[in-house]
Design a protein around this ligand. Structure first.
Ligand SMILES: [Zn+2]
Ligand SMILES: [Zn+2]
Length: 281
């Protein structure tokens, strides 16, 4: 299996350290390819995302590293782009940037009509609780269903190369605090996503970031969802969502066992020949 990761953040958004530290770590760890996917700007103040003014600097930084490390490491320029339900247009423009090698479409930010602000569904447990209580009257089913509606809408609106952390909504559900993934309504909400995945054909990432940071016990998406995806031959890739250079390859091997376990034989990688399905092993 090739050692690669295409979901990487550094200090231009909410990651730690400089971009080049990730390149050095990737070389030390024997990577063949490294993709940067900093959080693209959103049309409001959000500490997780880079500022609009920083975008040209970001593109230039990664392009410079690309040429600097040519022949040593394949470096790819991506962006993790938020779907913003209320303001889809600026995000659509980002995804169309000609400099990008690929994009990761993710949903994090939900508008609170009460608070008149955006809050991240993967923020602290306290904020998750506040969204649930203030915006959904404590109804977790409505909250979760809204998340998956917006995720389907993301595919329709942005049509990203990669769908980011499919079931991020489970991050703040430790020990089934709010819902069980075996509940029929939850499974239905997940299954309702499948036609959108078939239609817009993103590569679904298996994201180890939650496990690596001790926030979840499973990868995104959960193995039962991966099993559903495998039944439909939906392409997947393994990403670590690294925010520090040392976690660039965190839980990658475990993720490869999980995907093999549900029957996948190949994962997708961006290479100098384009997107290629690489056999696992
Ligand atoms: Zn994300
Ligand atoms: Zn990320």
């Amino acid at each position: 299996m090739l050692k690669t990761n295409y979901h990487t953040h550094y200090s231009i958004c909410d990651g730690k350290g400089e971009a080049e530290e990730y390149v050095v770590a990737a070389l030390q760890k024997g990577f063949t390819a490294l993709g940067f996917s900093s959080h693209a700007p959103v049309p409001f103040e959000n500490p997780t995302n880079m500022n609009q003014e920083d975008l040209p600097k970001y593109l230039k930084t990664i392009q410079t590293l690309k040429s600097q490390y040519q022949g040593k490491l394949e470096i790819y320029l991506g962006l993790e782009i938020d779907h913003i339900h209320e303001h889809p247009e600026p995000q659509k423009q980002l995804i169309a940037l000609p400099e990008l090698d690929y994009s990761i479409g993710s949903f994090h930010c939900m508008w609170s009509p009460k608070r008149k602000e955006y809050r991240e569904i993967d923020s602290t447990p306290e904020i998750f609780r506040a969204i649930l209580d203030e915006d959904f009257g404590g109804n977790i089913r409505q909250f979760v269903e809204r998340y998956y509606q917006y995720l389907a809408e993301l595919l329709e609106t942005l049509q990203p190369t990669i769908l980011g952390h499919f079931d991020l909504i489970k991050k703040n559900n430790p020990d089934t605090l709010y819902f069980k993934e075996t509940e029929p309504w939850y499974q239905q909400a997940v299954r309702d996503m499948l036609p959108y995945i078939r239609k817009y054909e993103p590569i679904v990432e298996v994201n180890t970031g939650g496990i690596a940071r001790g926030k979840t016990k499973e990868v995104y998406p959960s193995p039962w969802i991966l099993y559903e995806l495998r039944k439909e031959d939906i392409p997947i890739m393994i990403n670590t969502d690294a925010h520090t250079p040392d976690l660039l390859d965190a839980f990658m091997e475990e993720a490869s066992y999980i995907v093999k376990d549900v029957g996948y034989r190949k994962v997708w990688n961006l290479t100098s020949k384009g997107w290629i399905a690489q056999p696992l092993d």
